[in-house]
Design a protein around this ligand. Structure first.
Ligand SMILES: NC(=O)c1ccc[n+]([C@@H]2O[C@H](COP(=O)([O-])OP(=O)(O)OC[C@H]3O[C@@H](n4cnc5c(N)ncnc54)[C@H](O)[C@@H]3O)[C@@H](O)[C@H]2O)c1
Length: 334
């Protein structure tokens, strides 16, 4: 297979390395809006570089990974889909909801397979919890608690273009809650707080947020996110059911200390960002992408990404309104 990676910054470089390691992939070709970046990363990884997306499509591709900045995703994904080339696109597929709706409709019209980069779907713990829920091991599931607590805020420039904490950070929880429960949310009620640096207020954002989701079958989901967890990068999901409770992220690297005398919960190095926390999942999602090119179903479609984006939109609206929002208020068609 000949696969391109467009945009080789933090995550694009990881995707290129993971592709290079797969036996089915004969050639990895990199492109970036800054050509020297593509050439330099290509030299380091000993793969090839090309000028831009259109020259890559003209030269023939089996698949294309879009890992450029968020503002470029929608146009690039549309171009790749219209060329009939299977795509892997980093989240979000589009900066705004209307763009995501358009791409979901294009996915349906063209039938071109697209996988969106929600890597938690490939994390061993999340998969184990999903299997337990689907297999009935936890009995009737009543409650989920989803946590994404970053160690420190991202740069101010990133924040200004991120779309806010729900669209940028909690979006992973919003996707994985659908993945684990197989349910859609009916209502959300959200709040936000700002006790950190002024840059959040200046970006019309909050540094800490919480939401309650009510799923279609009545399951409640409590979700929290903060940009300030001095203990490290804390990503967890707890699922509580009538027959048991199971947690993702309760391992040696847990970024949380116990208040109980004599108890030490953690024994290994903590994670400091999603990049080290999810390294195995980033590799597994690219394996799945190659399988999708080979004919397997997409493990996370544009329609899935649109549903997560609608939830993020609903959370943001609820926080601003100070009132619950029904998901049906957020459009999913043009
Ligand atoms: N799924 C995840 O866990 C995860 C993690 C990190 C980033 N992301 C997403 O991946 C995307 C990239 O994030 P990043 O942290 O790697 O950013 P980054 O700024 O480190 O890298 C982006 C790269 O894309 C290039 N670029 C920008 N516009 C381009 C264009 N039009 N054509 C080609 N290249 C272009 C930039 O020059 C840069 O090299 C973002 O959309 C982000 O939301 C997802």
């Amino acid at each position: 297979m000949r696969i391109a990676v467009i945009g080789v910054g933090r995550i694009g470089r990881i995707h290129a390395e993971n592709l290079r390691a797969l036996p089915e992939v004969e050639e990895v070709v990199l492109a970036d809006v800054v050509p020297e970046v593509a050439r330099s990363v290509a030299d380091q990884l000993q793969v090839s570089a090309a000028d831009d997306l259109s020259s890559l499509l003209a030269s023939g591709l089996d698949g294309c990974v879009i890992a450029s900045s968020t503002s470029a995703h929608a146009e690039q994904l549309e171009t790749v889909m219209r060329a009939g080339v299977p795509a892997f696109c980093e989240k979000p597929v589009a900066r705004d909801l209307a763009g995501a709706v358009t791409l979901a409709e294009l996915e349906r019209e063209t039938g071109v397979p697209v996988q969106v980069g929600f890597q938690r779907r490939f994390d061993a713990g999340y998969r184990r919890v999903r299997d337990a829920v689907v297999g009935g091991e936890l009995g009737t599931v009543h409650l989920l608690r989803a946590v994404t607590h970053d160690q420190a805020p991202p740069p101010a420039a990133y924040l200004a273009a991120s779309g806010g904490i729900f669209r940028d950070c909690s979006i992973h929880d919003l996707d994985v809650v659908r993945f684990v429960t197989g349910q859609e949310a009916v209502t959300v009620s959200a709040a936000g707080g700002n006790k950190g640096e002024r840059l959040f207020v200046e970006a019309d954002d909050v540094d800490t947020a919480a939401a309650i989701l009510t799923m279609a079958d009545g399951t409640l989901v409590l979700l929290s996110a903060t940009r300030y967890n001095g203990a490290g990068h804390d990503v967890r999901l707890e699922v509580t059911g009538s027959l048991g409770a199971l947690a993702v992220g309760l391992d040696q690297s847990l970024a949380l200390d116990s208040a109980e005398p004599g108890v030490t919960l953690t024994h290994g190095p903590r994670h400091w960002s999603f990049l080290d926390r999810f390294l195995p999942a980033y590799a597994a999602e690219l394996e799945a992408f190659v399988a999708m090119i080979g004919g397997a179903a997409s493990p996370c479609t544009v329609r899935d990404a649109l549903q997560a984006q609608r939830l993020a939109e609903a959370c943001d609206l609820s926080r601003r309104r100070g009132a619950p929002v029904r998901l049906q208020e957020i459009p999913d068609t043009r």
